[in-house]
Design a protein around this ligand. Structure first.
Ligand code: PMP
Length: 435
């Protein structure tokens, strides 16, 4: 009873082979290749609302949402219109525009700790720039990150990294120099003692602690009560800056991201994904006195030919305004995510399989683990990746497009309907019976 047509994945199979001839691994970002779940990726032709269609005309309910940006669903008409209107006025000028100020004002009005913001072109660029800023401001070299957290592919972050690096078993990538690696310290998520130890060992050397306020790149792991508050205090006590990487959580957990949701304020915030409405955008912002250290206001250099791109700004402005003016969206997202959470848990029970579903707002992960809870990187690593792979393939065949990795999140969008969620629960429960 697969919803896939008679052709199955024939076109995708042929096209992927062709792609592999000219693109390393056939993809422009590793997790897309389905390597850890087996089989071959499907190539996408189009998407609309909660649905995504491959080049064999199979339609799926999409729970990746481009890994987060599509919180309003695919091809959201007002965003498409804004991009079309902007495009005919020219696609890039390399000179300032009104759109950039409007975008910055919106971000500042939504993100509680952000007083000034600089636009860049990806989440990676945001985090790389943020740590240069932190190093420049503090005059210190070392960065403290957490095992299993992902902050893009900047050299400093590919130490015990999450996301694709973790999925492919490449948490410490070749090509990162020893001296860079030496300046990256890693602590354990949800373990303040491990952070305290590093501050004691490297007194006056740590420029910043960077953290995903909700870890979402080793699967979703929530911060324990007091963890973020503890990081705030430890950084303050030790003269280091606190960076929240809100590339996933920003504008998703609340209009003001995780900092609003948990009420803990970082010094610098990195953003991406949702702020671009699906166009390539990132941003970093923070307190005025810190941001004014950036060139040309200050001495710390960072630049970009396409930064503040008018198409991206036009899309992002509509996205952020929509989220700001319709905060009821967040309760709908959470309601659908909770429905799915409960349906998955019920499926595990019915199938007699152990597992844990972690969820906050519209982000969730189903871990196939014998553990009773998943609160740390260590807990995450107890997951049965082969079982997840099977679950993923069965779901895909049933028309449900989840992340092709145990270590990623399910992203709910405002386009998902009750029917989408119910169909997904039914398919997931059926798949669980076959595991
Ligand atoms: N930070 C976090 C928390 C992310 O999830 C990601 C990407 N998944 C990045 C940074 C990097 O963003 P990008 O892929 O846009 O470079």
């Amino acid at each position: 009873n697969s919803p896939l047509g008679a052709r199955g994945h024939q076109n995708s199979k042929t096209a992927f082979k062709q792609a592999c001839e000219v693109i390393p691994g056939g993809v422009n970002s590793p997790v897309r290749a389905f390597k850890s779940v087996g089989g071959q990726p499907v190539l996408i032709k189009k998407a609309s609302g909660s649905r995504i269609t491959d080049i064999d005309d199979n339609e799926y309910i999409d729970f990746i949402g481009s890994w987060g940006p599509m919180i309003l669903g695919h091809a959201y008409p007002p965003i498409v219109e804004a991009i079309q209107q902007a495009a005919v006025l020219g696609t890039s000028y390399g000179a300032p525009t009104l759109l950039e100020t409007e975008m910055a004002e919106l971000i500042v009005s939504m993100m509680p700790s952000v007083e000034m913001v600089r636009m860049v072109n990806s989440g990676t660029e945001a985090t790389m720039s943020a740590i240069r800023l932190a190093r420049g401001v503090t005059g210190r070299s070392k960065i403290l990150k957490f095992a299993g957290c992902y902050h893009g592919h900047g050299d400093s972050f590919l130490i015990k990294a999450g996301s694709g690096a973790l999925t492919l078993g490449l948490p410490d990538s070749p090509g990162v120099t020893e001296s860079t690696a030496r300046d990256t310290l890693t602590a354990n998520y949800n373990d303040l003692e491990s952070v305290e130890k590093l501050f004691a060992q490297y007194a006056n050397e740590i420029a910043a602690v960077i953290v995903e306020p909700v870890a979402a790149n080793m699967g979703v792991v929530l911060p324990k009560n007091g963890f973020l508050e503890g990081l705030r205090k430890l950084t303050e006590d030790n003269g280091a800056l606190l960076i929240f990487d809100e590339v996933i959580t920003g504008f998703r957990l609340a209009p003001g991201g995780a900092q609003e949701y948990f009420g803990v304020m970082p010094d610098i915030t990195t953003m991406g994904k949702i702020i671009g409405g699906g166009l390539p955008v990132g941003a970093y912002g923070g307190k005025k006195e810190i941001m004014l250290q950036l060139a040309p206001a200050g001495p710390i250099y960072q630049a970009g030919t396409l930064s503040g791109n008018p198409l991206a700004m036009a899309a992002g402005i509509v996205m952020l305004k929509t989220l700001k003016e319709n905060s009821d969206i967040y309760s709908k997202l959470a309601r659908h995510a909770e429905m799915l959470e409960n349906g998955l848990k019920e499926g595990l029970d019915k199938a007699g399989i152990k597992g844990v579903v972690n969820r906050v707002g519209s982000l969730l992960t189903l871990f196939f683990t014998e553990n009773d809870s998943v609160e740390s990187f260590e807990d995450v690593m107890t997951s049965d990746k082969d079982r997840y792979a099977k679950f993923f393939r069965l779901s895909l065949e049933a028309g449900i497009y989840m992340a092709p990795s145990q270590f990623e999140a399910v992203f709910i969008s405002n386009a998902h309907t009750d029917e989408d969620i119910l169909a997904t629960i039914a398919a997931a429960q059926e798949a669980m019976k076959q595991l």
